[in-house]
Structures are given as C-alpha cells and as structure tokens.
Design a binder for this molecule. Structure first.
Ligand code: F6P
Length: 539
C-alpha cells in the first residue's frame, strides 16, 4: 500500500528534521543573506542549477552549504526517490482515490516505457493523433460551422483544472497563435463572462470546447448549456453538432449533451484535473497554436521529467525548490510564497500555480489518515512583473512578513521589442537585489521610513525565451516541486476532497437562492443572508 510505503514516518521524527531545526535556530536565524556572499566567492555557482533550458539561481536565499546538506538528507530520509519511482511506475500513489498519477506518461514517448501496463496509457498517442487530425481539419477549413464559415473563435468552457492551465498556457503562448484564430474562456458560474462574450462572438465562426473531466461540474455544465441555447437560438438546433466538441472521461454525459462522437476527446482517471493540460484538456490550445507547438510543449515537459528523474537531488531543480519551500515554511515560519513572472504573457501563471499548489498540498491529514504535525502547503500568490511592483512590492520590501519569492525571467521578448524586455530584465534583477541588499539607515540619510531591512529571500528562474518548450518545462518543474513537498509532508498531493463539501452545500442552496423553496438548513447566518438577498432582489 502506497500510504505505508511513502509516509511510514512523520517528517518531524526524521533525524534531518531535528538537525534542520537546530541549524535554523543556532546558525541561520537572523543571518543577513548578503553576508553569506562575502564569506563564499563561489556562492552563485554553488547555489545554481540547470534543468533542461531553465537556470535556477537560488543563491539569494537564506541557505548555507550545511542547510542544503541537511535538506538533502531530509529528502533521502523521506524517501523522495522511491516515491518518484512509484509515480513513474504507475503505482496507485493517489491512494485516497485508488488511482495512479500519470500526467508524466502524457508527455512521454512510448520508448520511455512509462507505466505502459496501466489501463489507458497505450491510448495516449491515439488521442494525440486524433486531436492533431481534428485541428488540421479545422485549420484547413475541411470542418466548418453549420453555415459553412471557418471556425476561428475558440471558446473553452471549463473550470479549475479544465480552465486554469489551458487559459494560462494559451495566453502565455499568444505569440504562437495561428493567424486569424481567437481564444476566449468561460468558467465562472454567474454567467457574466458568456453574457459579455455574446456581444462580440460571431456564432457562425465559433467552436465551443466543453472541457470537464467529470462532465458534471455545475459551473461548466451551466455555461455549456447557456452556450448551447445561444447557438441553437442563433443557428438552429442542428448546428450544435458542428459547433461543440468536448474533452472528458464521461462518455455517457457527452452523449446526453449531444457532442458528436467524432468530436470527443478522452482522457483517463489517472490524469488529475490540475495536471491535465497535457491531455485532451489541451485541445483549445492545440487549436490556437497548432499541434507542432503543442508537441514541443510536451517535449519540454518531458525534458524536465528526465531532469527530475535522472539528476541527483543536489542538482535537481524541482527537488531543490521543494526543499526550499519546506525550509521557509517549516523552519523559517513563512506562510506564503509569491510567484512573479517578468513577461506579461505569464499573467495567469500565479493563478494556475495557486490551484496546482494549494489544491495539491493544502492538506492536514497524511496518507495514512493521521493528522499532520507540521504546516503543509503555503499560500501562493503573485502577479506579472512591474504591475506587481506598483502594487504589493511595498509589503515585500518593507512589510513585517518574510515572503520568499520566485522570479521568472525570460531573456528574450516573446513578441514585443527586446528593448522593452530589457527593461523588464532590469526591473526583475533590481527587485531581487533590493530585496536582498536592502537600504540601510545610513544610506537612507537617517530616515527610518526609507529603510529596507533587506535579507529577503528570492530565487530566479531564468530561461532563454517563453516558448512552448520552456513553458512545458516550467509547468513540469512546479508539478514535481509540489509532489516532492507532498512526499516530505506525507500528504496525498493528488486528491482534493476539500472542495467537495462546499459543492454539495451549494447544490442544496440553489432552491433557496432562487426562491423556489425556503431554506431548511441549520446555519442561522446563511438563513439571515438569504432573507437579506431576497429583500435586495425585490428592491
Ligand atoms: O473543484 C475542484 C475540481 O474538482 C478540480 O480539481 C477540477 O480541476 C475542477 O473541479 C473541474 O472539474 P471537471 O474537470 O471535472 O469539470
């Protein structure tokens, strides 16, 4: 049983954990990060690593060689390598749902032999080919809308893992959109996104991609139904078959909705929602950037998988980043982590990582069902580049809290002038320097309001450019980082039971919210709010 194998011991009982506690208290607490540079001329080299095309500079962190030594010992004692091998072998490491975790198989080649014996794995390449041929037929104009117009408006309808990764990647790869194609997304349940979209969408040129692993999610089904009604009203019921395609594991529900059997793209239970961009969930992205670019993204992720599996922990970017996450979270008392990309095309990357990290590791119970004895997933937040500087960096520089940050920096512009990207580079590097070096009372001319205490940790992920390949690498990097943290804490990073209760309660509240029934629950605040809502609706 995976839970016995991978969470046999509490991390707090491991010898390395005890050493790290002592080491933080006695050697590192309050130590200026800048001072660590003066004592070690090779610090930047020592605390840098390369994985595929991504360079990690983690020298501006509160770490010494000893810290890293103890953290690596922790990874070993927590059996990280064994867990990673278990994932790639297709073991049912998602034990609370009795599932394998095989997003890594989605970007592997058959020759990599990733869990080929697990049900569905051998179908991966068939689905990729089916998506490629579908996209070619749309792009070539062989498949058209019901009135004969080319389908150039792609609308993804999904939520959570069936929206965030896809939308993030589609925006990130804006530079690679095929000529004439337009992308839109609809996710929230309140209906305003689709209401606004209707004003600008030409139904004759619109293809809806309904994306839902379960095909039962309230938000997605409500929005899909609204889109269906709109299309039927505009072009007639017969148009539905030409204007709706779907990515799902639920064929029965797709039947019911009326998705043409030829236009359904399947995936498998072992693909978690927030890890699903590599599967049929990527269909809208393929329609926007073409299959060649999508394959390049898969290949980028595969290169990061190889780095993750083959490098020693000391050189392994996802492992190092996970260990730093544990270090700040469990030893240095940080409670949040900021993600700061310096390319506006990555503006949805922090939101995507919020789901990936917080849905994966926001857990208080271990794999074996026992409560954790230490903090787990941190709050993840962030925003793109200089927008963030003009918003919340004040707190990063002068606030009372220490927030470790990841700067993500492409060297080349992804579609604007290099001159402007150079400004982004200068800003990014200036920020990490200011965070670390600070600005002393002397430098501030004795004015305490202008002092930056400095010694605030950051890592910089540098890449040549934002491309399908480097984006694939970046996403895979964080997927593995999250997994390693989960292994150390002994939690299951692949279930999400914490979102179920709210969904169930919402379903129960729909009749009361729409005044078809009175509230029968016992929560007095909810009761009062529903009555207030009712008054406001009538006012
Ligand atoms: O509410 C959370 C969640 O279950 C996510 O894990 C998932 O990505 C999302 O809902 C959407 O689910 P589906 O793809 O089944 O519509």
């Amino acid at each position: 049983m995976p839970e016995k194998k991978y969470s046999a011991r509490y991390p707090t009982d491991l010898p390395a954990w005890q050493k790290l506690k002592k080491h933080y208290r006695e050697d590192m607490h309050g130590k200026p990060i800048g001072g660590l540079f003066s004592r070690d001329k090779n610090r930047t080299d020592r605390f840098s690593a390369q994985g595929a095309d991504i360079h990690l500079d983690y020298s501006k962190n509160l770490l010494s060689a000893n810290t890293v030594k103890h953290l690596l010992a922790l990874a070993k004692q927590a059996k990280v390598t064994e867990a990673v091998d278990g994932m790639f072998a297709g073991e049912k490491i998602n034990s609370t749902e009795n599932r394998s975790v095989l997003h890594v198989a989605l970007r592997a080649k058959i020759s990599d032999q990733v869990a080929l014996n697990v049900n569905g794995v051998m179908d991966i390449w068939k689905v990729l080919t089916a998506m490629e041929s579908f996209a070619d037929r749309i792009h070539g104009g062989e498949l058209r809308g019901s009135t004969g117009k080319k389908l150039t408006n792609i609308v993804n309808i999904g939520i959570g893992g069936s929206d965030l990764g896809l939308v993030m990647a589609t925006r990130a790869l804006r530079h690679y959109w095929l000529a004439g194609m337009r992308f839109y997304e609809v996710s929230n349940v309140d209906g305003t996104q689709f209401a606004d979209l209707q004003e600008q969408l030409d139904p004759e040129a619109t293809l809806f991609v309904v994306c839902s692993k379960t095909f039962t999610t309230l938000e997605t089904m409500t929005n899909a139904q609204a889109a269906r009604e709109w299309m039927s009203e505009k072009l007639g019921e017969a148009a539905i078959a030409s204007h709706f395609v779907a990515a799902s594991t639920n064929h029965e529900a797709m039947d019911k909705f009326g998705v043409h059997p030829e236009f359904r793209f399947g995936f498998w239970e072992w693909v978690g929602g927030r890890y699903s961009i590599w599967s049929a969930v990527g269909l809208a992205l393929i329609l926007m950037i073409g299959m060649e670019n999508f394959r390049s993204m898969l290949d980028g992720a595969r290169r990061m998988d190889q780095h993750f599996r083959q490098s020693t922990h000391a050189e392994n970017i996802p492992v190092l980043m996970a260990l730093m996450g544990v270090w700040y979270n469990n030893f240095a008392g940080a409670s949040s982590h900021a993600i700061l990309p310096y390319d506006n095309r990555l503006e949805r990357f922090p939101a995507f990582l919020q789901q990936m990290q917080m849905e994966s590791n926001g857990k208080s119970v271990r794999l074996d069902g026992k409560p954790v004895k230490t903090e787990t997933g941190m709050v993840i937040w962030g925003e793109a580049g200089s927008n963030a500087q003009h918003s919340f960096y004040q707190l990063l520089h002068q606030g009372t809290r220490t927030v470790p940050v990841d700067f993500i920096l492409p060297a080349q512009s992804s579609g604007a002038t290099q001159k402007q990207q150079d400004l982004a580079i200068a800003n990014c590097l200036a920020q990490s320097e200011a965070l670390m070096d600070g600005f002393s009372l002397d430098e501030a001319g004795g004015d305490p309001h202008r002092v930056h205490r400095g010694s605030r940790p950051s890592s910089t992920l540098l890449m040549p450019e934002l491309s399908p390949s480097t984006l694939g690498q970046l996403v895979a990097l964080y997927e593995h980082k999250v997994f390693v943290e989960g292994v150390i804490w002994g939690v299951n990073s692949f279930d999400q039971w914490g979102v179920e209760l709210g969904k169930r309660l919402a379903n129960g509240l729909i009749p009361a919210a729409s005044k078809q029934a009175t509230y029968t629950g016992s929560n007095r605040s909810t009761d009062a709010l529903l009555r207030k809502v009712s008054q406001l609706k009538d006012s």
